[in-house]
Write a protein that binds this ligand. Sequence first.
Ligand code: HEC
Ligand code: HEC
Ligand code: HEC
Ligand code: HEC
Ligand code: HEC
Length: 406
Amino acid sequence: MVGGLASLLYFTLAGDVLKSKENAEANLWRVAYWKAPIPFQGEVPENFHPLARDLSAKRCAQCHPTQYEDWSASLHSKAMGPGIAGQYPPFSSSEKAGCDVCHAPMSEQAEELRVSGEWTANTKLNQNLQQEGVTCAACHLRKHQRNAPPQRTGKQDDSELEELSAALHGKPLRTKFFETSEFCRGCHQHEANTLKISGNTIENTYIEWLKSPAYDAGKTCQSCHMPDRKHLWKGIHDKEMTTSGVRIEHTLSTENPKTGEVFRATLKLSNTGSGHRFPTYTTPAVYLKAAFLDKDAKVVSGDYFEQHIIQRRLNMSNSPWTEYFDTRLASGESAELVFEKTIPPEAVRFKLWIWVKPDQFYEGFYKRMISNKPKHAGLAQFQEALVEAKNRQYALFTKELEIYAN
Ligand code: HEC
Ligand code: HEC
Ligand code: HEC
Ligand code: HEC
Ligand code: HEC
C-alpha cells in the first residue's frame, strides 16, 4: 500500500514538475488564438491598401518574398497535399473538420461549417486558400490584425517600417507568444484527454520537449526549426537537419576484410540534438543496417543481413490501437547495431548504412488504400502521394568496404 501511495505521489509530483515548466501566459494566448476553426476574418478594414486586402500567401509574397519562398519549400505549405486530399471524399463533415484543425485551420478554408449544430456548406469557402494548408494568414491574421513577434533585438529603430506597415495593413500586434513553443503546441501535441497508447498520446512532441535538455538550455521549437526566423520548418524529411540532431559512430574489425574470416562491425546512432525523441512521430522509421553484398550488389542470401529499426510502430488494425514497439531515442539515448559473421565466398562488399523513411507509416497506408481500389477520386491522389513518400527516403550514412578473396 505504502509503495503504491509513494509511486502515486511520485507520478503526481512528476506531472506537477512538468506542468510548472509550461509557459502559463503563452498557454492563455494559445487557447484564445487557436480556435477550431479560426473564426472568419470578416470585412477588410477600409484603410487597407488594395494589395494587402487578400488572405492568400501569394499576396503576402508581393511584400514578404523571403518568408513566402521559404514557406513554399516547407511542409506547412503542403499540408493539403494528395495524401490528405485522397482521404477526404468518403469522410463525414465532422471527420474532415477534425483534420482541418491542423491541416487547413481557417474558417475560410473549410468546406462545411457547423451552424447551430448542423453541418452546412460554407458559402465563403476560398478554395485557393484551402489548398495553401497551413498558410501565412492562419498563423498571423486574426480579424485582419497582423500578429507578429517582438522586433528583433539589436535591429535599429524600425519606426519607419512600422509606419509603412500601418499604412498598408495596420501596425502588427507584437507578442512574445510567437517566440514560444506553446505557439506550435496546438498542432504538434495531442491533448491529454485523447487516445493514449502505452501511456503516451500519439502526437507528444511538446511534452517530449518539456523533458529534454533543449528545454533546460532555453531552446524553443523556433530556435531549431525557425533559425533566424526563417520559415523553413525543416525536420526529418531533410538530411542536413536530421544530421544536426544526431551523432553517428561506427567501428570495423578491419579495413581489409578477407573471405573466410570472422568480420565484426558496429553502428551507433545517438540523439544528441533533437529537441524531443528521435524521431518524435509514429510515422517515420530509421533503419541501421549491415550486410554482405554479392557481385550484383544484392544481399548475400542466408544470414548475412542485420538491421535495427528506430520507430514507434503502432498496430492500427484493432481497436483500441496498440503499440508493436517503441524504440525511439530520448535525448542522450543511443541505438546500436552489432554485426559479426564469417565472410562467405559470394561476398564482394560489406555495407553499413542508415536509411530514413520519413513517411514509413504513410507508405504502407497509401499502398493499402490503393489495393482497396476506391471508386472515388482519391485513388489518383493516393498514387501520387505514394510516389512522393517513396521519393522522400534517403541514406543518412553509408560506409562500404571491398572484400578480398583469401
Ligand atoms: C503591400 C505590401 C504588403 C502586403 C501585401 C502584406 N504586407 Fe505585411 N507588411 C508590409 C510591410 C511594409 C510591413 C512592415 C515591414 C516589415 O516588418 O516587414 C509589414 C509587416 C508585417 C508583419 C510584421 C513583420 C515583423 O517585422 O515582425 C507581419 C507578420 C505581416 N506583415 C504579415 C503579412 C501577411 C501574413 C500578409 C498576407 C496575408 C501580408 N503581411 C501582406 C507590407 C505588406
Ligand atoms: C506555422 C505558422 C507560421 C506560418 C504558416 C507563417 N509564419 Fe510568419 N512567423 C511565424 C512565427 C512563429 C514567427 C516568429 C518566429 C520567431 O520569433 O522566431 C514568424 C515571423 C514572421 C515575420 C517576422 C520576421 C522577422 O524577421 O522578424 C514575418 C514578416 C512573417 N512571419 C511573415 C509570414 C508570411 C508572409 C508567411 C507566409 C508566406 C508566414 N509568415 C507564414 C509563424 C508562421
Ligand atoms: C493535431 C494536429 C493534426 C491533426 C488533427 C491531423 N493531422 Fe495529419 N499531420 C499532422 C502533422 C504535424 C503531420 C506531420 C507529420 C510528419 O512530420 O511526418 C501530419 C501529417 C499528415 C499526413 C502525411 C503528410 C502529407 O500531407 O501527405 C497525412 C496524409 C495526414 N497528416 C492526414 C491527416 C488526416 C486524414 C487527418 C484527419 C483524420 C489528420 N491528418 C489530422 C497533424 C495533424
Ligand atoms: C495550424 C497547425 C500547425 C501549426 C500552428 C504548426 N504546425 Fe508544423 N506542421 C503542421 C502540419 C499539418 C504539418 C505536416 C504537413 C504535411 O506534411 O502535410 C507540419 C509539419 C511541420 C514540420 C515538418 C516535419 C518533418 O516531418 O520534416 C516541422 C518541423 C514543423 N511542422 C514545426 C512547427 C513549428 C516549429 C511550429 C511553431 C512555430 C509549427 N510547426 C506550427 C501543422 C502546424
Ligand atoms: C534542439 C533542437 C530542436 C528543438 C528544440 C525542437 N526540435 Fe524538432 N527536430 C529537431 C531535429 C534535429 C529534427 C530532425 C530529427 C528528428 O526527427 O528528431 C526534428 C524533427 C522534428 C519533426 C519531424 C518529425 C519527426 O518525427 O521527428 C517535427 C514535427 C518537429 N521536430 C517539431 C518540433 C516541435 C513542435 C518542437 C517544439 C515543441 C521542436 N520540434 C523542438 C530539432 C529540434
